[in-house]
Design a binder for this molecule. Structure first.
Ligand SMILES: Cc1cc2nc3c(=O)[nH]c(=O)nc-3n(C[C@H](O)[C@H](O)[C@H](O)COP(=O)(O)O)c2cc1C
Length: 189
């Protein structure tokens, strides 16, 4: 299981040439992902059969990878278990998984994950709990839906979390909030 724990672990998932926030579900030691159809991550996993889970505490990376492609130099290739995989260049830790589609519906694909090797920790250290960072994660999750349906309830949730970012975050969270508001593309910038 490496650095993942029981529950849903939010990571930045990298696949070939792509990065996006995704949840890795860990239940009774079994690892899986539920991917909404139509994402690059889903298509790449289907094609290549691998995914890398990246840990990063940089809130701007979470916002950017949710909405846009990173430049190619932000990804770096690694050889793991005979496979060439790609990870975030700037991450605290990463782990590569074989990924196999187990079930699919019109909207979602269930993928089972098997570790290809032990996780790699690049930066040791502890990270205090910060509601500003958590607010960026929550606001970004809602924003990925909001840009598709403009649901006012989602907008209220985003505004609630962005208010917490202002109160509890630091300069990097404030920068992430600024970037996120740009992607929301509305008057509330
Ligand atoms: C914290 C967080 C967790 C997410 N988890 C998932 C997930 O488990 N499955 C999914 O399909 N999308 C998830 N998303 C939404 C995707 O990141 C989003 O749709 C993204 O645009 C997909 O990018 P891609 O097309 O490059 O794969 C999550 C977003 C955030 C911010």
């Amino acid at each position: 299981m490496g650095f993942l724990r029981e529950g849903i672990n939010e990571v930045v998932a990298t696949t070939r040439g792509n990065a996006a926030p995704m949840g890795i579900i860990c239940r009774n030691g079994a690892l899986s992902m539920v991917l909404f159809r139509g994402s690059h991550t889903e298509a790449n996993i289907r094609r290549d059969g691998w995914v890398v889970a990246n840990l990063t505490a940089d809130p701007v990376v979470w916002v950017r990878t949710a909405f846009e492609d990173l430049p190619p130099e932000d990804l770096v290739a690694e050889e793991v278990g005979g496979r060439r995989v790609e990870r975030l260049r700037a991450c605290e830790a990463w782990a590569a998984f074989a990924a196999e589609v187990k079930h699919e519906t019109a909207e979602k694909t269930l993928v089972a994950l098997t570790p290809l090797a032990e996780p790699v920790v690049l930066k040791e250290g502890v990270c205090p709990v910060n509601r500003g960072f958590a607010g960026i994660i929550e606001a970004t999750v809602h924003a990925t839906r909001y840009v598709q349906n403009r649901d006012p309830h989602l907008r209220a949730l985003i505004d609630h979390h962005l208010a917490l970012v202002q109160r509890c975050g630091g300069p990097r969270e404030w920068e992430a909030a600024r970037v996120l508001k740009g992607f929301l593309g509305d008057e509330k910038k």
